[in-house]
Design a protein. Sequence first.
Lengths: 562, 366
Amino acid sequence: MSEPPFLELDGILKQFPGVVANDHVDLRVKRGEIHGLLGENGAGKSTLMKILYGLYTQDSGTIYLDGERLELASPQDAIDAGIGMVHQHFQLIPRLSVAKNVVLGEREPASAFRVDGTSGGLLPESVRSNSIVQSLAQLFSLGLDVPKRRIQQLADQYGFDIDPDAKVWELGVGQQQRVEILKALYRDVDLLILDEPTAVLTPTEAEQLFDSLERLAAEGLSVIFITHKLTEVESVVDRVTILRDGENAGTAAVSDVSKADLAEMMVGREVLFDIERDGAERGEPVLELRNVGAESDRGIEALSGIDLTVREGEVVGVAGVSGNGQKELAEVTAGIRDVTAGSIRIGGSDLAGATPKEFVEKGISFVPEDRLRYGCAAELPILHNAVMKEFTDTRFGGKASLNYDELTAYAETLVEEFDVRGVDSVAETKAGDLSGGNLQKLILAREISRDPDLLIANQPTRGVDVGAIEFIREALLEQRQNGTGTLLISENLDEIMDLSDRILVIYEGEFVHETTPEAADRDRIGLEMNGGGAGNDTDDRPKRGSSRSPTPVATEHGAKRR
Amino acid sequence: MNATVDVTAREETPPWLEYAAPIFTVLAALGVGALVLLVIDVNPIEAYSLMLVETPTSRQGQTDILITAVPLVLAGLAVYLPLKAGLFNIGAEGQLVFGALAGTWVGLNASLPGYALVPLMFLAAAGAGGLLAAIPAWLRAKWDINEIITSLLLSFIALELLSYAVRGPMKGATGNFPQTAQFSEAATLPTLYGRVHVGLAVALVLVVLTYVLMTQTRLGFEINFVGSNDEAAVQAGMSKYKLYLFVFVLGGAFAGIGGIGEIAGVQGRLRASFEPGYGFTAIPIALLGRGSAIKVLFAGLFFALLFTGGTTMEVFLGIPAALVDVIQALIILFLITGEFFKQYRVGLRFKRETPSTTANATRGDD
């Protein structure tokens, strides 16, 4: 390293009550490189980046950017220093146009107040240049003409296909992310931090993002790319720094290390990329869908003619590209979406048209795809969220009363058993303050500890780190051993292959293919997922009893500790 | 000199600010109000000590505060309960008036002894208030119709019904005023001490009940949950329909009780002019007290102090009623603005620069 680093974090220490989030972390980023920041949820990646973005102040340690020492008291300071950040949850206002979102906080005053030559000359010079008038105009007036030209120019320069006048709500997720990046570029940043940018993107959108990042890096911009997906590190990152338990576990050029090395550095032990499934006895059907149809939120037919049986101790995996009816299938089965046709037999009785409460009482557990929207009340403490389905149980009080001490004890047990981290006190810490992986563990803890007959898991490992993925998959398999029937819906084909006893492929609201992990042909499944199959066939009927062997297919995640 | 206004969001509200903000905002409101008083040549110190010191320390003032607090606290609860479930009941005024109307009808028409008549009047008032509140709740739960608009509009319907009733079917026999007959002895609320009627005891009991409901029961748990995330609540098996109806009906019943308490305990008859504004004042009360039912009680008492103290100022210092309203409104406005300062850091920065650099900077910008 002959060239001095562009960004240098030196011995950053940040402590929160009871936790050391960053323990003397060093990080060096070169100019024009895409630097990966890899680590499990709770490893301290976000804290470190929040310090760099001025949201937190470090307890000790120094930050140098381009040789200059930075004191960052707020994001504004960071932006002024040339650091931009794209958060995982977009900070956009859907009702406003792209241009308005981009200039937010960085407005040009309306032309009448402008001091430079572009002013309309409505106000006399002396009034315009008065400092109070200036600062009020900066706060309360808005000129969009100049910014729009610049946004268009930036978008053209980096190949973003974005109309500055479009409303943000009209844009897809990938485009919204580009607006976020534009926001940073508009502020002339030299360093761009992306917090798990692909968590919300489809694979194609992710590819486009990678292209854009490479273009930005080629222009001399440095990028810090926070992720916990090893494949992404391999495909886009130049060098990578791994954080583990708040400490720097090493920095390496990606070309020099293997995926297994990275995973080991990240988790701190060897991670095996295959999974062992023991055969479980399959018993009575716990779920039978017959000819089920349903509509999406927009009233368009989303499911039609769905036949599905899940037996005790069986994991049925539903593979497919997002938006082909998976959400509706999960919701219909969990009882929160009405069917337009067909029957849902659970434990022998038809529950079509029943209330969600009856589904819950029939022993159905549901891990929804959108954790924050359906899975928890983010503003309420862990306590409320941990007991959200069990609080009516007699052990927590009488017919109407609730014993909060009992509830607290129960919530604490769940947090401990499922290793939910980042909890100060179950009665104080809000669910929304947990990281994605830990929130998912909490939700899974809640759903599994009810000892359900049927568990519906929609995208259970999306957006969670390798360690939590391993934990969640093990928990699912353990439930299978206990005789729970599981309906696993996932876009991750490896996950489906690893965990399922039977695989169904969904396309445009219909099952188009059925197979088993042993007999599965990945190319065929890929084709069927995209509607390229021969149509509705079930030639590859499951061959029972042969599920003891591990899957022959090389898998990507799916860690199982021996 | 260079001045800039900075507004930055706070990460966390410092604990001291939690308490300092309301105190300073009230002081600031009084400061602005003082200007108003100076303009009409009233000594602000005299006026404020009358309003905020003498009123709550005199027996007369205390009595008036407690009496005024009854409908304010009850209407406050009527807004607070739906607020916890994530709904806005803007129609407490109508529920209060509707309750007063039903209670008055019972009080005038049922010939029973006091110990039976008064509870019956309360029941009728609670039922009427709850019934009126059930409409927006049902529309919201069933058809997702915005409860803010429906509850507000129903208030006007209730007020017009009152206006019709006291001019028509319920008009008193004596004189030609738009009002009902005077309540009989039996229909008048018994007093606790002085002029303070049993409505105060009822209000206190209901505050405690609401507190217990929200902190000790399943229903309270469900209300909190549905208020935080209704979609997760439905997924967990809770019934939005049931909860929305419950909070609105219970709230409406509380407001109705507040209405009949005011009529049977203070006014003695229902007049067309009974349009107290308590139901609308209940909205800031519930917003300030949204932490718990006990906080609603204190917010209600504070507003009662403002109203009573305002009337005292009006009477003793001859301050026009409109200006008293201005001062009250300033305090409420500033209190609510105080919430903004809890969330944002606002700074006015002055930078002194040498004249030459300022001139250069300006010229450079040209």
